[in-house]
Write a protein that binds this ligand. Structure first.
Ligand code: ZN
Length: 239
């Protein structure tokens, strides 16, 4: 995971930029507002607008120097300068769900004996699932976390970011919340830490709200036992 423009400027969804590399069906941009996916968060959707033309961006692939290829849905070959535009509604849903998964993750970690995450996936139907290593937990107690989730949304807690060396992140228990994978450090060897102030700190490379109060209410939709250890919690945005 490199450092992305969307990490520093998450509210800029439309950006004038320049093609710095091209191949049939794909371009690399000098700067881009797109999130290319990863960590369970789906890649942004959107368009590139070029001198009267417009083409949808259909996906991303890694390129050199921490940049990425923007795969194009049409045969156009954009050159020079143009505008990259992220679909604001899709980003909004991803960002709300992603922030919601952090709140859920914090509550499970704090109330269920520092249980770790075994998987997470955001979906484009306004739902997300998180899997936790929770061999003993009572599903009714997990279901009851819904009230706490929405209380923390109403408290409108701010989010902020710091960067710490990988060694520090791995020795501070709880900063790397996933049982199996940690976000890879950037070229500078630093890991991005997301803090929900007063609630939780953990390594993450996704996009989040500026404060929890910007999320719609969340519902806990379903809890499944997935094997002896894994508990799968599905959440969804209201309305
Ligand atoms: Zn995150």
């Amino acid at each position: 995971m490199g450092r992305y423009f969307c990490h520093e400027q998450p509210d800029i969804l439309s950006l004038e930029t320049r093609v710095v590399d091209a191949r049939p069906g794909a371009v690399v941009l000098e700067q881009t507002p797109f999130y290319p996916g990863g960590g369970g968060q789906l890649a942004d959707r959107g368009t590139l607008r070029w001198g009267g033309g417009e083409v949808a961006v259909s996906g991303f692939e890694p390129a050199a120097d921490g940049r990425f290829w923007h795969l194009l849905a049409g045969p156009t070959e954009p050159t020079g300068t143009g505008v990259a535009v992220v679909d604001p509604e899709f980003r909004g849903v991803m960002t709300q769900l992603h922030t919601g998964t952090h709140i859920l993750n914090a509550l499970v970690f704090q109330q269920f004996d520092r249980a770790l995450v075994t998987g997470a996936q955001l979906n484009d139907d306004r739902t997300a699932r998180m899997d936790f290593d929770l061999p003993e937990a009572d599903n009714d107690k997990l279901r009851a976390l819904e009230a706490g989730l929405n209380d923390l949304i109403r408290q409108d807690l701010p989010l902020r970011y710091t960067y710490v060396p990988l060694a520090e992140a791995t020795t501070q228990h709880g900063l790397i919340r996933s049982r199996s994978v940690a976000p890879p450090p950037g070229d500078d060897g630093l890991i991005r830490i997301v803090e929900i102030v007063g609630l939780d700190r953990q390594a993450c490379g996704g996009t989040h709200l500026a404060s929890t109060g910007r999320s719609r209410a969340l519902r806990i939709l379903k809890i499944d036992n997935k094997g002896r250890h894994n508990r799968r919690i599905r959440i969804g945005l209201e309305g």
